[in-house]
Write a protein that binds this ligand. Structure first.
Ligand SMILES: [Zn+2]
Length: 255
């Protein structure tokens, strides 16, 4: 039995008993309608159902036993992923209460089966995916749940991580691309390289706790910090702000 204790249990006839073969994660859907789909899912003629539904106000209903049974939401994807319908239309964003509800479901699945805390656009990878990605094999619903709700999956995962009290890796800030500096400036002979690129790197270093003047001048003082930084990060110690040293200010772990 795998019933979520925060959901109202409303079993439906549209299901395949013992039809689950894997627990890869959750598929996000949009209802394209309002109010509980229970009657529709409990009507044999509809040939449709889902594991869960979350209303705009955050009410959660569960229609099949997610641990063993297969709902009929995404065709070939029903065996391996659970499914959640969300009240409303593709043109509407999920409400905060809906994000909370879906996040609670996701945190529950993460605890029970190890659904990983990540967004995927996939029919095979574990995580929080979406209906449209499955194409015809998943019933041919390219607009489910729509761009707005698809983009809200990151918030759902972030909230699920909070609920699980699992620190996720901080988002990695990609380094700005290396400035196209003429090599002669990197030799630290006067005239020194100066400008906003240098200032950006200095600011980044200061934000990371290095004592450095943010003056936009790549002179001897900054070169001394570059050497210390290179030593600390096991880079070639040459005092030159080359590509590796540039990007390490964004990517190297802070130690
Ligand atoms: Zn759908």
């Amino acid at each position: 039995m795998a019933r979520f204790n925060r959901a109202t249990w409303r079993p439906v006839i549209n299901r395949t008993a013992n039809g689950r073969t894997a627990q890869l994660g959750l598929v996000l859907h949009v209802q394209a309608g309002n109010s509980s789909p229970f009657g529709w899912f409990n009507n044999a003629e509809s040939e449709a159902s889902s594991d869960f539904w979350v209303s705009k106000s955050g009410v959660i209903e569960q229609y099949v036993d997610t641990g063993s049974d297969r709902a009929w939401a995404q065709a070939a994807g029903n065996r391996t992923y659970a499914s959640v319908e969300t009240e409303g239309y593709p043109s509407e964003a999920l409400t905060d209460a809906q994000i909370e509800g879906v996040a609670q479901i996701y945190a529950w699945g993460a605890r029970l089966w190890g659904w990983p805390l990540r967004v995927v656009d996939s029919t095979t990878e574990p995580g929080l995916t979406f209906h449209g990605i499955g194409g015809r094999a998943w019933g041919g619903h390219p607009d489910c749940p729509g761009e707005i709700r698809k983009s809200q999956r990151a918030r759902i995962i972030a909230r699920a991580a909070e609920l699980l009290d699992t620190p996720t890796a901080p988002p990695v800030t990609p380094p700005p691309s290396y400035p196209s500096w003429p090599g002669r400036y990197l030799s630290l002979r006067s005239p020194y390289l100066r400008g906003d690129d240098v200032r950006q790197w200095q600011q980044r270093m200061r934000d990371r706790g290095w004592r450095i003047d943010v003056d936009g001048v790549l002179g001897p003082a900054t070169a001394a910090v570059i050497r210390a930084f290179q030593l600390d990060k096991h880079l070639d110690v040459d005092g030159v702000l080359g590509p590796a040293t540039w990007s390490a200010a964004w990517t190297a772990p802070i130690t």
